[in-house]
Ligand binder design. Structure first.
Ligand code: ATP
Length: 237
């Protein structure tokens, strides 16, 4: 059976620095898959390669049966891969609604309006702030906007890079509640997270990345109860 996303032996380098040294993984339609790993493991590199912002040295990426390995970022969005990047890169001098509409650049205006309504439904805070400049939002609101902007592309696969980074626990909880609701609408999710516990609670399965290589994989339950994962990524409790 072919999976929605297939990654085969992916190698990505920045000059002489080998960031990914042969990664193979898959994501089935409707699944939530978490990528765990310490700083510098290559998680962001993986996400940027999948969304067409970096070109791999070797390997193959297939999405919905079509090879996307060297397609540009806009083609990849059109195929149904939406990304919320690390560091919630919103356009600070544009309003919330302008940011959301930009997210929908590949779609007809009536559909963008419908998707914005959906985003406002899941993140009511963004509706309250819709005319405010994105640069004046709190960190949590900017993260909501970055996810909202990816949702406006109506993705079949949503890539999330560190949605909890630098946010207060209550806000993280709220964002993960929304991600659960998004998953329940049938969107497939690949999430990179340093907050391994939150990510594994949301995910069906996970992969552990260590300095550019996959070290471990398993169901979320297996990873949550693995002594190595507990020691390296879950801390106490
Ligand atoms: P973090 O959680 O810190 O973002 P990460 O797991 O996402 O870590 P990457 O950002 O993908 O890791 O980095 C993987 C490796 O590639 C690291 O050794 C990093 O120093 C290197 N790297 C990342 N971006 C660049 C770049 N623009 N130029 C050179 N090296 C880079």
């Amino acid at each position: 059976m072919s999976h929605l996303l297939e990654i085969e032996d992916l190698h990505v380098a920045y000059g002489h620095i080998q960031a990914l040294k042969g990664i193979s993984l898959h994501v089935a339609e409707g699944e939530v898959v978490a990528i765990l790993g310490a700083n510098g493991a290559g998680k962001t590199t993986l996400m940027r390669t999948l969304s067409g912002l970096l070109s791999p040295k070797a390997g193959k990426v297939t999405f919905a049966g079509q090879e996307t390995t060297r397609l540009g970022a806009d083609r990849i969005v059109r195929l149904g891969i939406g990304q919320s990047p690390e560091g919630r890169r919103v356009f600070g001098t544009l309003s919330v609604v302008e940011n959301l509409r930009l997210g929908g650049f590949t779609r007809p205006p009536a559909e963008i309006a419908k998707s914005c309504e959906y985003v406002y439904e899941v993140f009511p805070r963004l509706y309250e702030r819709r005319t405010q400049l994105a640069g004046t939002l709190s960190g949590g609101e900017q993260q909501m906007l970055a996810i909202g902007r990816a949702l406006v592309t109506k993705p079949r696969l949503l890539l999330l890079d560190e949605p909890s980074l630098g946010l207060a626990p209550l806000i993280v909880k709220n964002i993960f509640q929304v991600l659960r609701a998004v998953r329940d609408t049938g969107v497939t999710i690949l999430i990179v997270e340093q907050n391994a516990r939150m990510a594994l609670k949301l995910a069906d399965r996970g992969y552990v990345l260590e300095v550019g290589r996959l070290r471990q994989e398993g169901s979320s339950q297996e990873l949550l109860s693995s002594p190595e994962i507990q020691a390296a990524y879950l801390g106490h409790g």
